[in-house]
Each structure stands twice: as structure tokens, then as C-alpha cells.
Design a protein around this ligand. Structure first.
Ligand code: NAD
Length: 350
């Protein structure tokens, strides 16, 4: 296969293919753009069906990180890495060490953090072999200390972003009585659902696993629905917090919500689905803008700034970023995703 001509290659500065015979490591590190700073992005471990699938994924994700960090006004570029393998069966200390050494050889142009298939413990282990890992330091919170996992910050940023979208589309400041459907009750989705409940929202939730659903019904009085029922609910907000590509030709016709605002990455199956949402009168909060809380959290860790109030203010700037996008999209009659891309490009191509 050719790499340079792939549409996802899109101006990548550097793509590194890494292997280690002894540990079985096969990994790819992609640095999309470092105009604003070192390329920070998660390390995903996944049993890709083919090398082509892994290449496409890493390129698409690293490009997305450039836009996310630029939009969040961070001095970071965009990058991502993938390890080809099953995290449940193939992840060994030797493999993580070999991957950390590969990251070290990129010499700080790429900084790894946790993603699907890797966690805080993996990053901590890797930090023995390279300085270029993040999401590893315990942080003070109002109720004690939390570990380096950025998910709570992502959930808070998404909560703030939902408020912005509700203000824009429904003209409401309060979430009390608002009907919200949350797809996916993982690290981000459950925390988000809890915050929505505390703000007075009424919740419908789904997941493919039973345990978080039982907890959600018990702890936050949420109504549990089957995975394929979540799209067609008569709610105000649909918050995707599970998979990518869930806004597509099959699901968009089903939606009754006036706002789509959630944490999942790459929600639009194709860019044209942003226009489809707009034509249906649905306000879409661009995924990489609303889910930037985690990268903001990791950035503060890298700069050793543990000022909780400052970090919170920065995460809350997601509200203003979205309002700027919504206003411009309204004025120019363009899909919000297109407007977000234009603003991000103005920032990182400057
Ligand atoms: P997670 O793996 O902890 O949670 C995902 C949840 O979705 C799981 O509970 C899973 O069972 C559920 N799920 C999977 N398929 C489903 C389906 N078809 N229907 C319903 N539920 C389904 O992941 P997370 O860390 O909570 O992240 C959620 C999303 O947000 C992902 O798309 C992730 O890329 C994105 N995101 C996460 C962060 C972060 O800080 N964790 C940051 C930015 C973006």
C-alpha cells in the first residue's frame, strides 16, 4: 500500500514505524503537526485486522489531535501512536519497554498518554524508559487526590460543552428538567451522566455491558434502554460517549434530539454528516472541541501547573470556544464541524 497518497496522510511531519523482534512490538508513531509545540496524543493498543487499518487509524487520530490542541489554545502539536496487538493478551512489560524506547528515540517530538487499550499503570511503567509520557501524576481534587487518568477532566469539559450547546439551541441556562440520552457509560460517560443528574437533568442511558447500567439505574436514577434504542428517543440532547462514526446515514434519520453533544471521538462517519445534522436543525458540538478537557488536564501536568482553579478555568473555556463556533456557523450558515476546522487551522497554521 502507499502511505503518502492516503487522504489521512494530510501533511504529516513524521511517521515512525517501530518494531522489536524480542517483545513482538509492532507500533506506529505519527506526528501530524508541531507548529504549536510537541505532539501529544494517546497510545492506542488494538488488535487491528491489518497494517493498513492501523496506519489509517493512527494518521486520522494524530491529525485530530492537532485540531483539538489548537482549538483548546494549548502549546501542543498533534500526534498519536498505535501498538498492533490485543491489550488483554499481548501487553507485556517487555513490549511496553520496547515501545517506550521507541518513543524516546523520537526525542520529545511525540509525547504518549493513555488511550483505548493502555492505562495509567502502563504509562507509569513506560516512564522508567522515557521522559516523554503523560497522564501519570496524581492530582489534587476537591475531595482528595485522583490519579493521572484524564477522563474526569474530559467528562467535566463535556458537561460544560453541553451547557453551551443547550444555551445556543434551546436558549436555556439551566439543565434542570432537560432530557438527555447518554450512549456509553465508561470512564467519561458515567461521570458525565452523574454531573448531568446533579444539574437536574433526566437521563436515558445505554451500554453494551450490564454492570454500568445497573449502577446508573441505582445511583443516578437513569432509565436504561437497549443500545439501538438510544438514537430515536424523544430527548433534548444526545450525548455519544462510546464509539466513533455513530452519526451516519442510518442513525441521523432516527434522531429526535435538538442537540448532539458528547465525548466520543470522530462521531461523524463522514464530514457530510455534519451538514445532514444542520439540515435537520440539530446543533452538533464538534467532538474534538467538546472533549478537550482530557488534553487540557494532561497539558497542565506536563507544565507542572497544579493550580486547580486555573485548570478548571481552562477546561471551562470550552464553553466560549463552542459559542464562537456556533455564532460563526449561524452567521455563515455552515456546519459547526467545518467552522471548528477553519478556526483550528487559523490557530495552528498561523
Ligand atoms: P471507555 O472504554 O471507558 O467507555 C466506553 C463505553 O462505551 C464502555 O462502557 C463500552 O461498554 C460502551 N460501548 C461500547 N460500544 C457501545 C455501543 N455500541 N453502545 C453503547 N455503549 C457502548 O471509554 P472512555 O474513556 O469513557 O471514552 C469514551 C469516548 O470518549 C471514546 O470515544 C473516547 O475516544 C472519547 N474520549 C475519551 C477521553 C478520555 O479522557 N477518556 C478523551 C477524549 C475523548
Amino acid at each position: 500500500m502507499s502511505v503518502f497518497s492516503l487522504s489521512d496522510f494530510a501533511d504529516h511531519e513524521q511517521v515512525v514505524f517501530c518494531s522489536d523482534e524480542k517483545s513482538g512490538l509492532k507500533a506506529i508513531i505519527a506526528v501530524h503537526n508541531s507548529n504549536l509545540g510537541p505532539a501529544l496524543g494517546g497510545c492506542r493498543m488494538w488488535p487491528y485486522a491489518s497494517e493498513e487499518e492501523a496506519i489509517r487509524d493512527v494518521l486520522r487520530l494524530s491529525r485530530g489531535m492537532t485540531y483539538k490542541s489548537a482549538m483548546a489554545n494549548l502549546k501542543l502539536g498533534g500526534g498519536k501512536s498505535v501498538i498492533i496487538g490485543n491489550p488483554r493478551t499481548d501487553k507485556t512489560p517487555e513490549l511496553l519497554k520496547a515501545f517506550a524506547q521507541a518513543v524516546e528515540r523520537v526525542n520529545g517530538r511525540y509525547i504518549a498518554a493513555e488511550d483505548s487499550g493502555t492505562g495509567v499503570d502502563d504509562m507509569k511503567y513506560m516512564s522508567q524508559f522515557t521522559d516523554h509520557v503523560a497522564g501519570i501524576i496524581d492530582k489534587p481534587t476537591e475531595s482528595g487526590v485522583r490519579n493521572g487518568d484524564p477522563s474526569p477532566a474530559t467528562a467535566y469539559g463535556t458537561f460544560v460543552g453541553i451547557k453551551a450547546a443547550v444555551k445556543e439551541r434551546l436558549g436555556r441556562d439551566s439543565l434542570a428538567g432537560l432530557k438527555v440520552a447518554v450512549q456509553g457509560l465508561g470512564n467519561v460517560g458515567f461521570d458525565l451522566a452523574r454531573q448531568l443528574k446533579e444539574a437536574g437533568a433526566q437521563l436515558w442511558v445505554t451500554d453494551i455491558h450490564r454492570e454500568p447500567l445497573v449502577r446508573a439505574a441505582k445511583e443516578i436514577d437513569a432509565t436504561v434502554v437497549a443500545p439501538d434504542e438510544i438514537f430515536g428517543l424523544d430527548v433534548d440532547v444526545f450525548a455519544p460517549c462510546a464509539l466513533g462514526a455513530i452519526l451516519n446515514d442510518q442513525t441521523i434519520p432516527l434522531l429526535k434530539a435538538k442537540v448532539v453533544a458528547g465525548a466520543a471521538n470522530n462521531q461523524l462517519a463522514e464530514p457530510r454528516h455534519g451538514a445532514a445534522l444542520m439540515h435537520k436543525g440539530i446543533l452538533y458540538a464538534p467532538d474534538y472541541v467538546i472533549n478537550a478537557g482530557g488534553i487540557i488536564d494532561v497539558y497542565y501536568e506536563r507544565t507542572c501547573n497544579f493550580d486547580r482553579a486555573e485548570l478548571k478555568r481552562h477546561i471551562e473555556s470550552i464553553y466560549d470556544n463552542l459559542m464562537e463556533i456556533f455564532a460563526r456557523a449561524r452567521k455563515e450558515e455552515r456546519p459547526t464541524g467545518e467552522v471548528a476546522d477553519a478556526i483550528a487551522e487559523e490557530r495552528f497554521k498561523r
